[in-house]
Design a protein around this ligand. Structure first.
Ligand code: DCP
Ligand code: MG
Length: 461
């Protein structure tokens, strides 16, 4: 492990909810819940004000509404979150070529590899400057952790939340981790946590005391071994830039073209299993399954399917590959078949034991497409998802506060206005139309010190 705290972990604060608060002045300082609003919807995230009531990611929306009935409930605006994520990732790439994004709002950066930091002081400075730059460019807050390993950097950013920076001095890792819950360690989700608790292991110190053999007995070889190393604060995983590990794939070329459709299917299953073994071997999981088929005439096709979350489950990959194969005509025979997995994620993000035991957690918000039956019967209402932007011919830019019974309520405000007023219209009002989100920050970086959240006045006509 390196001797300086030059691995940085950034995690934006209550990301989706903070973006919504930045775009909607009336919601600043208020409880905001973003997620699927149908009866089967789940919470994507909640603002810190809503977390006070116990609302958190992946909670059923109905439960959130019981806990925080007065919060604002909004449908996610993924395109906007993605564009802000790109701005943030751009700032990280200014620090180092070694940037490893884990999700839209989270990434590791190897500051040393970028020559940005080499010791504690330079690392702290780089982290502080990054936070200031993120605020200037996006108007949002992110928390930064700095440490000598990925595991500790991530724990540090968690401790820094919200809107802070924590640096873990090399040498203090074990003392810091010891009393913490086993759940702090990467890869220990609810299922592994329960399993360990039943074995009387609650803290990281207890994990280390249990010893490697006992952990292997409890959790299996790979997980037990990995967890023991982490309990001793040993984590040598390098920061891997996206392009270096874009995908894991395997392929086979056949001496004789395969014509038999059943045999093609068997080969694809075999390749899927081999690909998953390689994926797991690299300690990764992935979201996009790719099938490659080269036909008798050398024409090569690739087909892909993106799952809702990363997986390293052979059954899931096998099924996806089989579905993809159904869309390919192989009647003339195939010379080559390949299965790949891209959209890679660090396996430690997931609950290792839960995966092994086939337990799945619902971690993704239901998107508005998955609307329940009663919403489908009223298609006009789906044009006005709560939280989405609209424009009114007379009143200008606003957002949908709610809709139903043929009415839509709009609050007219912009990222730079005062909290705005609410008006109600008929859902088929010809003066009202959906609009693109407005930028959260109007000035460009380097154009002066004024933050984009000041009282600039309304930008509506
Ligand atoms: N997300 C989601 N479903 C989940 C978890 C997260 O859709 N089960 C989305 C919404 C979050 C974003 O991903 O805003 C980032 O996830 P984080 O876990 O980093 O959570 P937040 O950024 O919302 O909060 P925190 O301040 O705890 O990082
Ligand atoms: Mg976050």
């Amino acid at each position: 492990m390196r001797s300086s705290p030059t691995i940085l972990h950034l995690d934006m604060d209550a990301f989706f909810a903070t973006v919504e608060q930045a775009s909607k002045p009336s919601l600043r300082g208020k409880a905001v819940v973003v997620g699927g609003l149908g009866p089967r919807g789940v919470v994507a995230t909640a603002s810190y004000e809503a977390r006070v009531f116990g609302v958190h990611s992946a909670m059923p929306m109905a439960q959130a509404r019981r806990l925080a009935p007065n919060a604002a409930y909004l449908v996610p605006r993924f395109a906007l979150y993605r564009s802000i994520s790109e701005q943030v990732m751009g700032l990280l790439r200014d620090l180092s070529p070694l940037v490893e994004p884990l999700s839209l709002d989270e990434a590791f950066v190897d500051l040393e590899a970028g020559g940005t930091a080499w010791d504690e002081q330079s690392a702290r400075l780089a982290g502080a400057k990054l936070r200031a730059d993120i605020r200037a460019v996006t108007g949002l807050t992110g928390s930064v952790g700095l440490a000598a390993s990925k595991m500790l950097a991530k724990i540090a950013s968690e401790q820094a939340k919200p809107d802070g920076l924590v640096l873990i001095e090399p040498g203090t890792e074990r003392a810091l981790l010891g009393p913490m819950s086993v759940r702090t360690l990467p890869g220990v989700g609810p299922a592994t946590g329960d399993h360990l608790r039943r074995a009387g292991i609650h803290t990281v110190d207890e994990l280390a005391e249990a010893g490697e053999d006992e952990l292997v007995r409890l959790l299996g070889k790979a997980h037990g071994h990995a967890l023991y190393a982490m309990a001793l604060a040993r984590d040598e995983r390098p920061v891997v830039a996206e392009r270096e590990a874009k995908s894991v794939s395997v392929e086979d070329t056949y001496d004789v073209d395969i014509h038999d459709r059943v045999r093609v299917g068997t080969e694809v299953r075999r390749l899927a299993d081999r690909c998953v073994r390689r994926l797991r071997g690299a300690g990764l999981s992935g979201r996009t399954i790719v099938l490659k088929v080269r036909r008798y005439d050398f024409s090569t096709l690739t087909r892909s399917e993106t799952l809702r979350g990363p997986t390293d489950d052979p059954a899931v990959v096998r099924e996806a590959a089989a579905r993809l194969l159904e869309s390919v005509d192989t009647t003339g025979g195939v010379r080559l078949l390949g299965v790949g997995i891209s959209g890679l994620a660090d396996y430690t993000q997931e609950d290792l034991f839960a995966q092994a035991a086939g337990v799945r957690e619902d971690t993704l918000a239901e998107e508005p497409e998955a609307a329940p039956a009663e919403e489908r019967q009223a298609p006009t209402e789906r044009l006005w998802p709560a939280g989405h932007d609209v424009r009114h011919a007379a009143y200008g830019h606003g957002w949908v506060q709610g809709s139903g019974l043929g009415r839509v309520t709009v609050r007219f405000e912009t990222p730079h206005s005062e909290p705005g007023r609410v008006r109600t219209f008929r859902t088929d009002d010809p003066d009202l139309e959906p609009a693109e989100p407005l930028p959260l920050v109007t000035r460009r970086p380097g154009e002066g010190e004024r933050a984009g959240t000041g009282g600039v006045g309304s930008t509506s006509p």
